[in-house]
Write a protein that binds this ligand. Structure first.
Ligand SMILES: C[S@@+](CC[C@H](N)C(=O)[O-])C[C@H]1O[C@@H](n2cnc3c(N)ncnc32)[C@H](O)[C@@H]1O
Length: 484
């Protein structure tokens, strides 16, 4: 199977699988790739939508529109007969199992448990040749995934063992190996991908064993996006022949320490990408102080603070003013308490209370954090979302504009989140009738998103349509001015 995969990747894609001593398997290019070009597309081996009390999703394509519950198991939803048919061979077995479960068990079913049950059902159906196997779609690819089981902590192991025994109860197969199921949970933790829509809203989880060969970099040359349930890896820059294809597994906006911690905890490795090797160097320390540190006490100064070895405070690197730790901790405490209240208000649907609370959080964070702070940017993003929900386009645009300089600082020129933020800015300007500004932001969005998302998806067609509309409006305005 592995030779078959190698041959297909080489012939159809210009790719090859190699092994590096410090990384394990890796994907390399055997030809040049240009920015925006698809490197790899893959359907999931298995996938499952997220569980949300507010919104169910089609088990096959993840849409939440026009969905109906399966009339037999009452657990799984489909948007129509096409998706139901595509999933039928597997769901037929799953449906019988789910129908036998007690109500309490059904309620406690998590997406991970369902994903694991589906994994075993798919393997069984492929073993019995009910579902065909292909070089890109077979269980041996799952077998080859890394699990890091020997590095998993005691508490996590107990959790995996409990989850494995639940899978065993659901499947009721003789001779099921609980240890193997637990190890497969560990594989899912470092190999499964969150399936997102074009705006990067999470919809579910999928296992894409070929995409899982791709290693991580905090400065990646490629990006993983989803078109429905299909995973697509695109080149974000020119990738010469003989390069390793690298995507990012994590939110790359954080400081080197934050990124390394996240990678170690979930993926058990220490990243040595061009950004991570700078750990502890002057530039890296200063960047962390801006994006995760505190602001100068003097509000007219935009300096960042570093620990002052002589005093018990932090010293501004621009004006030299010392800021005491006690004062920082006091505001930080108030900010934490208010953030918790605000988040609780938002998740219980009290939108206008949440808005007031987040405005207070923002005030405290402005006192506390540097203007380049990621934390402050996240609060402003929440305010932007709330204000958009309330259709207060004017204030929403103010917040969107405030986030842009931080996006431009923490994300590279071509990054999907940066493109999406320009898109939001463009839409808001358009709604407010600021045609010229809308054209500028929508053009910036297109420049980024045509590389990360391609140009042919409905999402991109909508964006390109909006830009065209804004340009037509601008030239109409111009020609009516000429007439006057
Ligand atoms: C999704 S898998 C990637 C493929 C993997 N190398 C393999 O052999 O199957 C994730 C695992 O790959 C390894 N890995 C990924 N990126 C790495 C990197 N930049 N440096 C070292 N190891 C890395 C880690 O062991 C991580 O848990």
């Amino acid at each position: 199977m592995m030779e078959g995969l190698q041959r297909q990747l080489q012939r159809d894609r210009g790719l090859t699988v190699s092994t590096l001593p410090d990384k394990g398997r890796c994907l390399f290019t055997t030809r040049d790739f240009s920015p925006g070009e698809i490197i790899l597309s893959e359907e999931p081996y298995v996938s499952v939508p997220n569980k949300s009390s507010a919104e169910s999703r089609c088990d096959w394509c993840f849409t939440s529109s026009n969905i109906k519950r399966c009339s037999s198991c009452h657990v799984v939803w489909y948007c129509g007969s096409r998706c139901q048919k595509s999933d039928w061979k597997l769901h037929r077995l799953e449906c019988q199992l789910l129908s036998q479960l007690e109500k309490n068990r059904i309620r406690s079913l998590t997406p991970s448990i369902r994903l694991m049950v589906k994994l075993y059902l798919k393997k069984k159906l492929q073993d019995e040749k009910v579902i065909p196997t292909t070089v890109m779609d077979n269980y041996s690819l799952v077998k080859n995934l890394v699990s890091h089981i020997s590095e998993v902590g005691e508490n996590q192991l107990v959790l995996y063992a409990q989850m494995a025994s639940l899978v065993n109860i659901i499947l009721q197969w003789p001779n099921l190996n609980i240890k193997e199921i637990a190890e497969n949970f560990s594989k899912l933790a470092c190999n499964a991908h969150t399936v997102c829509d074009s705006e990067l809203i999470p919809l579910g989880t999928g296992l894409y064993p070929v995409v899982s060969i791709i290693n991580h970099s905090c400065y990646p040359n490629s990006v993983l996006v989803f078109e429905g349930r299909m995973a697509t890896v695109r080149a974000m820059q020119h990738i010469p022949k003989g390069s390793e294809v690298l995507i990012s597994y994590i939110e790359t906006a954080g400081s080197t320490l934050t990124r390394q911690k996240a990678l170690k905890e979930q993926y058990f490795f220490t990243c040595s990408c061009p950004r991570c090797i700078k750990l502890g160097q002057k530039d890296d320390i200063e960047e962390s102080a801006v994006i995760e540190g505190y602001r100068c006490k003097n509000h007219t100064c935009d300096g960042f603070l570093l620990r002052d070895p002589e005093s018990k405070g932090l010293i501004c690197q621009r004006c030299g003013l010392v800021r005491g730790i006690e004062e920082i901790l006091k505001i930080a405490g108030e900010e934490k308490a208010m953030s918790e209240k605000a988040s609780a208000a938002l998740s219980s649907g009290h939108t206008s209370e949440a808005l007031d609370m987040y405005l207070m959080v923002e005030k405290l964070q402005v006192k506390l954090c540097h203007s380049g702070s990621i934390k402050l940017m996240r609060t402003r993003e929440i305010l932007l979302k709330i204000l958009m929900e309330m259709q207060d386009w004017k204030k929403a645009l103010t917040y969107c504009r405030l986030t842009i300089p931080v996006y431009e600082r923490v994300y590279p020129n071509i990054h999907p989140l940066r493109g999406l933020q320009y898109y939001t800015c463009g839409k808001l300007n358009w709604l407010l009738g600021h045609t010229e500004e809308a054209i500028k932001s929508l053009t910036q969005a297109v420049d980024v998103l045509r590389i990360t998302h391609g140009t042919t998806t409905p999402f991109m067609k909508e964006l390109l349509g909006k830009l065209e509309e804004a340009r037509a409006e601008a030239s109409f305005k111009l020609s009516s001015m000429d007439d006057e």
